[in-house]
Design a protein around this ligand. Structure first.
Ligand SMILES: [Zn+2]
Length: 297
């Protein structure tokens, strides 16, 4: 495990995924309250040209919440054997408290030790003592799906004490309509096969309907589909780093590789093995996955 995290000293592996995120229902990622007398009370996040944009941090936060719920579901099944827990509660019960972090930072190979003691959630999504391995870039709208029409809905403030609608407390909120596409770009640095597997398992939650984005989700908003270009994954390893950097230096495209269904299943299996999920459970998961694939092909 020594030098597991090489930071910026050495290039280990960098993976870049590209694709599009498409809204299936209207989407509302709020920009806070507006005091514009003519506009909506609650506008959505926009870029400088008034086009909608999904902040990468919003998507990453939704992915993290789902990953943590997955990890907590698996937690009672795996034998921990002194290994770090699968997921901590970052805000209330972090996997490392400040005094422990401070003590570890005094030790030799502090970064490696901090990494070893951190839960899977913190390793992939970051913690105050651990830089995140993953970056979700802001998602700009795709021009060909944007017709400069935001949706609008009315809301009524509910008096929380009486549970009744308050008169004079109507408000409007702005929406991105369904079938709007956004560019998706995600970068992961230095991740092991198992960590990539956890990421892939998490991303699958979007198309399984487990991850809704933005606000007013109880009103059916925020359902999205993610189409990753699996035949155009950028994967930079020590083996091809020089080739990639040379290509970029002359303005060329980064060579891409295909992550087949088998490859992705293999990465997710690597994650299951790394957390010591019982072999029969992994086998049943793989069988169900193959069965589903054959039916949909
Ligand atoms: Zn943690």
């Amino acid at each position: 495990m020594k030098n597991r995290r090489n930071g910026f000293h050495t290039l280990t592996r960098q993976v870049r995924l590209h694709g599009e995120l498409v809204t299936c229902t209207a989407l509302r990622i709020g920009a806070g309250r507006s005091y514009d007398a003519l506009g909506d009370d609650l506008p959505v996040v926009k870029d400088t040209l008034d086009r909608p944009v999904i902040p990468g941090s919003s998507l990453k936060g939704a992915l993290r919440a789902y990953a943590e719920s997955l990890l907590r579901t698996l937690e009672p099944i795996v034998q921990s054997n002194g290994k770090p827990q699968l997921s901590c509660y970052p805000l209330t019960k972090p996997c490392l408290f400040n005094d422990k972090v401070a003590a570890l930072k005094q030790e030799k190979d502090a970064d490696d030790k901090l990494w070893e003691k951190s839960c899977w959630g913190c390793r992939l999504f970051g913690a105050p003592w651990l830089a995140s391995q993953m970056l979700v870039k802001d998602l700009p709208v795709r021009e060909d799906t944007w017709f400069e029409r935001f949706g609008h809905r009315d809301g009524v403030s509910i008096n929380r004490d009486k549970g009744t609608a308050q008169s004079q407390k109507r408000y409007t909120f702005e929406l991105v309509p369904e079938e709007t596409s956004f560019d998706f770009n995600l970068v992961v640095d230095g991740a092991s096969d198992a960590e990539l597997g956890l990421l892939l398992l998490t991303l699958e939650g979007i198309n399984n309907g487990q991850i809704l984005l933005g606000g007013a989700r109880s009103r059916g908003l925020g359902d999205v589909v993610l189409n990753v270009e699996w035949d155009a994954v950028e994967e930079i390893t020590p083996g091809n780093a020089l080739e990639v950097l040379g290509n970029r230096a002359i303005g060329g495209d980064t060579p891409t590789t295909t992550w087949s269904t088998e490859r992705r299943t293999g990465l997710i299996s690597a994650f299951f093995h790394a957390i010591d999920l019982p072999g029969d459970m992994i086998a049943r998961w793989q069988a169900a996955r193959n069965h589903h694939r054959e039916e949909s092909e």
